[in-house]
Design a protein around this ligand. Structure first.
Ligand code: CDP
Length: 221
């Protein structure tokens, strides 16, 4: 920290952006570089979506989704199926429900404000971190890329080099639907906070994106 009275103060980074924009990779790089505790908030919504489907429920039904949200602590967060695009779709459906979002809010705020003693702060990535969860965060970043680029990245993540054009088309459609739901929902929609630093990753590789973010974060410390 530049000023003496700020020395030792823990930092909070709020990182938001649409599906497959590169938030996860950037969050991990920043967390490791600045020694921060990291919370991928998307995994919480993915766990709720997963639980609803496991119980044979409908992710858009409030009663089913709320029941799933309340037992989120029983979820195996390391299950790789949680990361698939079909669970992303279910996540974006439960995420529209205000009562589900409220159930997850305190955990996220507590994480942001109480990093472990050996960490210098926290970074949270999601959709509403800068706007709703941590509006006071001194460092806000919004990361995006055009939807075709994002679909190709998610396609490679999910299918490697063996995917088919049909699978790519399906992922593109899922991402577009998810964007629409995330942007247009009334409960905490995806939007850039006014004072967030915007990074468009369409034509940038991970290294360039990390460098831009690292410089921005350093300028705020
Ligand atoms: O990894 P990816 O960017 O594809 O998605 P994610 O961050 O894992 O989030 C999955 C879904 O959860 C999103 O499409 C959102 O609908 C929802 N979500 C949310 O509403 N708020 C958050 N803070 C994080 C995720």
């Amino acid at each position: 920290m530049k000023q003496d009275d700020q020395r030792g103060k823990k930092i909070v980074i709020a990182l938001d952006g649409p599906a497959a924009s590169g938030k996860g990779t950037l969050a991990r790089r920043l967390a490791s570089h600045f020694n921060l505790a990291l919370l991928d908030t998307g995994i919480l919504y993915r766990a709720v979506g997963w639980n609803v489907l496991q119980d044979g429920g409908d992710p858009e039904n409030e009663v089913d989704a709320l029941k799933a949200a309340e037992k989120i602590s029983d979820t195996d967060f390391s299950n790789p199926e949680l990361r698939t695009e079909s669970i992303g779709v279910a996540a974006s459906k439960v995420a529209q429900i205000a009562a589900v979002r409220s159930t997850l809010l305190n955990f996220q705020r507590h994480f942001a404000n109480n990093p472990p003693p050996d960490k210098d702060g926290a970074i949270l990535d999601g959709r509403d971190i800068a706007t709703v969860i941590c509006p006071e965060a001194p460092i806000k970043i919004f990361i995006t890329a055009d939807v075709e680029t994002r679909a190709k990245r998610r396609f490679l993540e999910e299918y490697g080099e063996n995917g088919t054009p049909e699978q790519l088309a399906e992922i593109l459609k899922d991402l577009k639907d998810r964007d629409q739901r995330d942007i247009n929902r009334s409960a905490s929609p995806l939007k850039k906070a006014e004072n967030a630093y915007l990074i468009d990753t369409t034509d940038s590789d991970i290294e360039a994106v990390f460098e831009a973010a690292r410089e921005f974060v350093s300028s705020k410390m």
